[in-house]
Write a protein of this length. Structure first.
Length: 208
């Protein structure tokens, strides 16, 4: 995981990274309650969780074990096989629903991060459904709260109301290097945000 190696080198011993494959809805609710004591928060099963493709990368606080401090939540979606079907002489299929599935997680992660002023979420999408002329792109733009695609939005805008996240979508598959550059930029700046908000000694043990 190149991003982890980069961050460990960049921040040396100042952060301890945690990589979670999933985030339970019950855990998210328990984290939100102290900040939103008057809001009714509920889920039906203690076993339900969100599992983004790239997992959740967070930093560990040495003073607080109750909260998660995510620096990168990543998804990768491939949608559209009509280019392959055309080569085989087959009829076009209806454009798929990878994007609809993304929407559920997106709402959950946005809610989980409501106590912060950043949303370190990125989704990389590729496939013929995401060609420049495809109407599917406007579904993505809607999920991005009408932000521009292929642009990083880490810090919330509009007095915090626009916690967009970043959506990189095109027909061509994203290379590892392209994704690495975008993800390290988000994660690195997210760490600096937490250092600024909570102070560095909230995450770093300077006694060693």
């Amino acid at each position: 995981y190149k991003v982890v190696e980069y961050l460990e080198d960049r921040f040396e011993k100042r952060i301890t990274l945690i990589h979670k494959k999933q985030w339970g809805l019950k855990d998210i609710i328990n984290e939100l309650k102290p900040d939103f004591p008057d809001i009714d928060l509920h889920c039906h099963s203690e076993k339900t969780h969100m599992k983004p493709d790239g997992g959740i990368l967070a930093i560990k606080s040495i003073k607080d074990n109750n909260l998660t401090y995510p620096i990168l939540i990543s998804e990768v979606k491939n949608q559209g096989t009509n280019d392959l079907r055309a080569k085989e002489g087959l009829r076009k299929q209806a454009q798929g629903n990878a994007i609809e599935r993304l929407g559920k997680n997106l709402i959950g992660f946005r809610t989980a991060l409501l106590r912060e002023s950043i949303f370190p979420f990125v989704c990389f999408g590729y496939g013929c459904d995401f060609e420049e002329t495809s109407p599917i792109l406007d579904r993505v733009s809607t999920m991005a709260m009408f932000g521009r695609l292929n642009k990083t939005y880490l810090h919330n805008e509009g007095d915090g109301r626009f916690n967009r996240g970043s959506f990189y979508f095109r027909a061509e598959e994203w290379t590892v290097d392209e994704m690495f550059d975008i993800m390290t930029d988000i994660a690195e700046r997210a760490v600096l945000y937490y250092f600024s908000k909570y102070r560095e000694d909230y995450f770093t043990d300077f006694s060693h």
